[in-house]
Design a protein around this ligand. Structure first.
Ligand SMILES: [Zn+2]
Length: 160
């Protein structure tokens, strides 16, 4: 897009970013896909966790983003808030499971529901642990946003 300004007898032509050096061909990863794959919320490239989600040794979270160096634990005790996100995830999963079992089986036995809910808590605990932190970093912390320069900086380093 080209914009032309006329002030008196002076004509100014303003090109937008298409022809300037500021335009890059870099395309930022989508926020949701980055969150699902537990990538850094700042650069969306570095991994937040160094281990797989289901692992006998437990999950290990990187203290800093391996790509851009963003420190994940912003302040001491920051991840206590993730408990609330984990609780909300757990409740959502339980309600979904109970409704699905009721619709599919029409069962009224409390033992089936109790067993399924306990199994759900145990099986999905690693999932809730990981994604409660992801949700906290991506959507519940106001100061954390995607910063394209963190990604571009590394992209430029690769090109050199
Ligand atoms: Zn990063």
């Amino acid at each position: 897009m080209v914009c032309k300004l006329t002030i008196g007898s002076i004509k100014i032509r303003i090109d937008d970013m298409e022809n300037t050096d500021l335009k890059t061909k870099f395309k930022a990863p989508l926020e949701f896909l980055s969150a699902v794959s537990a990538k850094c919320p700042k650069c969306r490239i570095g991994k937040m966790f160094s281990t797989p989600i289901y692992n006998f040794g437990g999950q290990k979270m990187n203290p800093e983003c391996p790509h851009c160096g963003f420190h994940f634990e912003i302040e001491p005790g920051y991840y206590y808030v993730a408990m609330f996100a984990s609780y909300a995830l757990n409740i959502a999963e339980m309600v979904t499971l109970v409704v699905a079992v009721y619709v599919l089986t029409d069962s009224r036995s409390p033992w089936i529901y109790s067993g399924l809910l306990i199994a759900n808590c145990i099986i999905l605990a690693p999932f809730n642990f990981r994604y409660s932190r992801v949700v906290l970093l991506y959507w519940l912390t106001p100061g954390i946003h995607f910063e394209a320069w963190r990604t571009e900086q590394k992209e430029n380093e690769k090109g050199i």
